[in-house]
Design a protein around this ligand. Sequence first.
Ligand SMILES: Cc1cc2nc3c(=O)[nH]c(=O)nc-3n(C[C@H](O)[C@H](O)[C@H](O)COP(=O)(O)O)c2cc1C
Ligand SMILES: Nc1ncnc2c1ncn2[C@@H]1O[C@H](COP(=O)(O)OP(=O)(O)O)[C@@H](O)[C@H]1O
Length: 283
Amino acid sequence: MEMKKSSSILVNKNTITSIAIGGFDGMHVAHQELFKNLDENGAIVSIESGYANLTPKRYRQEYSIYPIYYYVLDSIKHLEGDLFVKLLNEEFPKLKKIVVGYDFCFGKNRRYCTEKLKELFDGVVVVIDEIKVENIPVHSRVIREYLKDGDIQMANKLLGKEYKIYGQQITGQGLGAKNFVPTINLKVKEFLLPKEGVYITKTILDNKEYNSITFLGHRVTTDGSYAVETHILDEEIKENNYTTQIKFIKKIRDNQKFESFEELKNQILKDINLTKDYFINIY
Ligand SMILES: Cc1cc2nc3c(=O)[nH]c(=O)nc-3n(C[C@H](O)[C@H](O)[C@H](O)COP(=O)(O)O)c2cc1C
Ligand SMILES: Nc1ncnc2c1ncn2[C@@H]1O[C@H](COP(=O)(O)OP(=O)(O)O)[C@@H](O)[C@H]1O
């Protein structure tokens, strides 16, 4: 039986003795709790539904020391329970332990859940109880809702880290440096973008992290088009081709339409001062 893999890595599957199974978009605190139950020859089995947008597949390995093996959901979801377990045993011949969460289900019509897994797998099955943070169940869908609401602080609590996106630098309208402040304009694919507005952020360029402020949204005051723009505080940055990373910390305000460039500029300067104060007070 062939399991279709969407990528391969270098760790030999024959050495793997324990796996954690799930979608793992976000690599959030509950996912990390599962990984704590892996042994030193552990691995992550990530089932790709195609909807990941918190930690899209190629950015996921960054958040765990365990190798991640990816499988395409469409190629395994039709399986009856015994065949799913058989596949795991074939893929990982030394497998002794499987770690899943309380809500893990698998196989045809998601008919098989943790009890069935215990019955079918000849080894240890560890089932993790529901993990909550401040009484809120940690799930990728809950984190997405906080991001869409602009509640970065709650999203970050559930993630156990600052929400980070990757983008490619593009040329902006050319208005920023002249009329407002210089910004790096980004094209962002694959990642969920938080609600439109202005955010306190950190920006990583060429492995260096800078304090920054980021605007996300339709530039309703200028050309109306959607933009992701970052202004690096206290540094002169030359535009370059680096992939840029933005870590979101806190939302300052909503996107707004201003009657003049002058008013927008004044507001941007206020936003920058507030952001600088934030960084002064946390360090
Ligand atoms: C901190 C900050 C806040 C911003 N806030 C708004 C806003 O509320 N409304 C808006 O239309 N544009 C806002 N902008 C975007 C400006 O319109 C944008 O920087 C300007 O159009 C220059 O774009 P350019 O870099 O493509 O030349 C903001 C930009 C920054 C850096
Ligand atoms: N809050 C949680 N508590 C315990 N286990 C969880 C929790 N969230 C996810 N898991 C487990 O982690 C694995 C990956 O789950 P997944 O469905 O990708 O997470 P999410 O619910 O965040 O989308 C599954 O085995 C799942 O049961």
